[in-house]
Design a protein around this ligand. Structure first.
Ligand SMILES: *Cc1c(COP(=O)(O)O)cnc(C)c1O
Length: 333
């Protein structure tokens, strides 16, 4: 797979670690050995998965001579935090449109990522109600900026288009190189499935490297069928962009939707348990919205003997821990 054919800013200089999680594996008491890919340790203020995608998206913006980035996300969006962080680093303005998916959830004085938006000098924040056409809102913002003589570039939510997803195809290739160097034969990879670029990229990367380790996504908002379609479509577009010729089997895209709870970003008991368990066995900080719910899914699947006895399972930790500080009451309850 030739990633050098695309514009890319190199923000990542070493592979993120793959570590065993012996204490957690033991605590779960099943015949499954857990490993973690530490994408929470990626560079970019606060860390997390969007840096991989932004290597490609911001490079594309710069190639097109943009001087301002517009993107969108939820009120505690890690994606908005990292887009802002890399825009600042590149000397680009960054404008955010925040979707109040849970009514009344935006608070200007909130902690977590919201605090970091202000700290890193966001150019503007516009808060819109849940269900707003976010692309429409970003296009409107772009028109306004063009009227002021600026050259805006829109990065979609989660940087999950075929450009951004390349970052996770590249992560899959990086992971396979590491696993071969470690001589570690992983049976299954578990990832969060949100705006879908992470999941789609990993699926394409497994096919593109002929590794074919099954990748399962744990949903954070949508129903299984809807999410699988979104992931599959994005995987097809990404494979085509990259020139991966292997046919992508629809069955390679598998999502679990039973760990979402009442909805996106709304805490569940299982998420709280999972976040505490990771913190208290492996000293690994998850987040309430993505990696916490994904870990809850991983733990439940292990407890239900979803994986074959003796399986080695790799959990992709996508980061997000700055959002923990906006949820302190949830964990203290
Ligand atoms: C965005 C995000 C995800 C989900 O990745 P997608 O590519 O949007 O599916 C997972 N974890 C964290 C911490 C994130 O910020």
């Amino acid at each position: 797979m030739n990633f050098a054919q695309f514009p890319r800013r190199k923000y990542i200089h070493t592979p993120t670690p793959i570590e065993p999680m012996p204490a957690l594996s033991k605590r779960l008491g099943k015949d499954v050995t857990l490993y973690v890919k530490r994408d929470d340790l990626l560079p970019g203020a606060g860390g997390g998965n969007k840096t991989r995608k932004l290597e490609f998206c911001i490079a594309d913006a710069m190639e097109k001579k943009a001087d301002a980035i517009i993107t969108c996300g939820a009120v505690q969006s890690n994606h908005c935090r990292l887009t802002l962080a890399w825009a600042v680093k590149e000397g680009l303005d960054c404008h955010l449109i925040l979707e109040e998916r849970v009514k009344g959830s935006y608070k200007k004085e909130a902690s977590g990522n919201n605090f970091l938006f202000e700290l890193m000098g966001v150019k503007s924040i516009e808060v819109v109600p849940g269900g707003t056409d976010m692309m429409g809102a970003m296009e409107k913002k772009a028109e306004n900026l063009k009227g002021e003589g600026r050259h805006p570039y829109i990065i979609p939510g989660g940087a999950s288009n075929a450009i951004g997803a390349l970052g996770y195809v590249s992560c899959a290739a990086e992971t396979m190189t590491q696993l071969n160097d470690m001589h570690l034969n992983i049976d299954h990879i578990v990832v969060p499935s949100g705006s879908a670029g992470t999941h789609a990229g990993m699926v394409v990367g497994m096919v593109g490297t002929s590794s074919n380790i099954p990748v399962s996504g744990v949903n954070v908002s949508r129903k299984k069928d809807v999410q699988e379609e979104i992931v599959y479509k994005l995987a097809l577009a990404t494979a085509e962009k990259l020139g991966v010729n292997t046919v992508l089997d629809r069955n390679a895209v598998v999502c679990f939707d039973q760990y979402v709870g009442p909805g996106y970003s709304i805490p569940t008991d299982a998420m709280v348990e999972a976040v505490k368990l990771f913190a208290q066995t492996e000293s690994i900080l998850l987040d309430p919205v993505y990696s916490g719910k994904t870990a809850a899914g991983l733990i439940d699947l292990i407890q239900k003997d979803h994986f074959a006895p003796g399986a080695k399972v790799l959990f992709l930790h996508t980061g997000g821990s700055p959002a923990l500080y906006a949820y302190m009451e949830t964990f203290r309850k």
